[in-house]
Design a protein around this ligand. Structure first.
Ligand code: Q9C
Ligand code: ZN
Length: 342
């Protein structure tokens, strides 16, 4: 399986994040991708393919241009104001406040363009995120050219980022940018299967009223799990998109049997849709040892996941999302990809 690696990922390097009123060591750190790289280099997966720059246009097909400009310049603005270390938002345009007027204040725009205070924005965030989207678009080129599958190794992840906001460690929604690029390249039906522990609220929202991109997700129940405000079972799409969104929220602590029961249901719906391309938002924070998540998958289950995905016989693009048990991420990702190839 060809692998596209975002070599610029480490430019996004958060130090700390807020957790229960304290600044704690960041979870979404460069070592995550380094471990995956090591594991894949030691395996017989590959070869590695260099990233091709597709420019800004494919990002603007999904994200508001003013949002992208904001992310690109945000760290410089923060520094100019005397901001020390990583940048965090502190105020949001919650219900009854206006979000249609873009304020001049940097602090206000940080809030306008974000959903939480848990996603530090660093000096290299734009660069890492931009090149991550390019890596994903490069992986798409491979699959469009006839490769059965490809894997994009990148960070920061993308699935929580909406058309005009960041959050959940995500800044550019790589899955959405890539699905839209596949549509623009003539693929008529694209499916995004999101197996990250957290609901992919950004991806869902971007395609919620569309029938040409089917979003399916298995995740921790938003009643108790991040992102809390989206990901319920009754979210089935709207307008032309009605029936083309499917969520399987599972209780924190769900068993592997529960997880695979939901997964098999998702695969049935996915198969019935007959997509021309499958994008897998591959978070491995479903791992039992994950420090911020509460499912129990382990290596045999990750392998089984890959095997089941292969049985769909679809052109498949695996895209790295979450996974925070740093030293185990490589093994877990490798198990999915090796299962797919087996
Ligand atoms: N201190 C992804 O997996 N909050 N994002 C966690 C832990 C946000 C996870 C708080 C978790 C976001 C892509
Ligand atoms: Zn996650």
């Amino acid at each position: 399986m060809k692998i596209v690696y975002n070599e610029r990922h480490a430019e996004h390097a958060a130090q700390k994040e807020f957790f229960r009123g304290q600044l704690v060591d960041a979870f979404e750190i460069p070592a995550r991708a380094d471990y995956v790289l090591q594991a894949l280099q030691a395996s017989d997966l590959g070869p590695f393919v260099p990233v091709v720059d597709h420019g800004r246009a494919p990002l603007e097909r999904v994200h508001a241009p003013r949002y992208l400009r904001f992310i690109e310049g945000a760290y410089a603005e923060w520094q100019a104001l005397g901001g020390q270390g990583d940048a965090f938002p502190a105020v949001w345009p919650i219900r009854s406040l206006r979000s249609d007027v873009e304020p001049r204040s940097f602090a206000a725009r940080m809030g306008l363009y974000s959903m939480d205070s848990g996603s530090p924005l660093t000096a290299g965030t734009w660069s890492a995120a931009y090149w991550g989207a390019q890596a994903s678009l490069t992986a798409l080129d491979l699959v469009l050219a006839g490769e059965r599958s490809a894997y994009c190794l990148t960070r920061p992840p993308g699935h929580h980022a909406g058309a005009d906001f960041f959050g959940g460690y995500c800044f550019i929604n790589n899955a959405a940018v890539t699905a839209q690029a596949a549509r623009d390249a003539g693929r008529k039906r694209v499916a995004i299967l999101d197996v990250d522990y957290h609901h992919g609220n950004g991806t869902q929202a971007i395609f919620y009223e569309r029938a040409d991109v089917f979003f399916l997700s298995i995740h921790g129940d938003p009643q108790t799990e991040y992102p809390f405000f989206l990901g319920h079972a009754d979210e089935r799409g709207a307008g032309a998109g009605e029936g083309f969104n499917a969520n399987w929220p599972l209780p924190a602590g769900a068993s592997n049997e529960q997880w695979f029961e939901a997964f098999e249901k998702a695969l049935v719906q996915l198969n019935a849709y007959a997509p021309e391309l499958l994008i897998v938002s591959l978070g491995v924070d479903t791992y039992g040892g994950d420090p911020i998540s509460h499912f129990q998958l382990d290596e045999p289950e990750f392998r089984r996941m890959g095997q089941s995905l292969a049985s769909l016989q679809l052109p498949t693009l695996f895209l790295q999302e979450g996974g925070y048990a740093t030293a185990a991420i490589g093994r877990n990702v490798q198990a999915v990809l090796a299962g797919f190839e087996s």
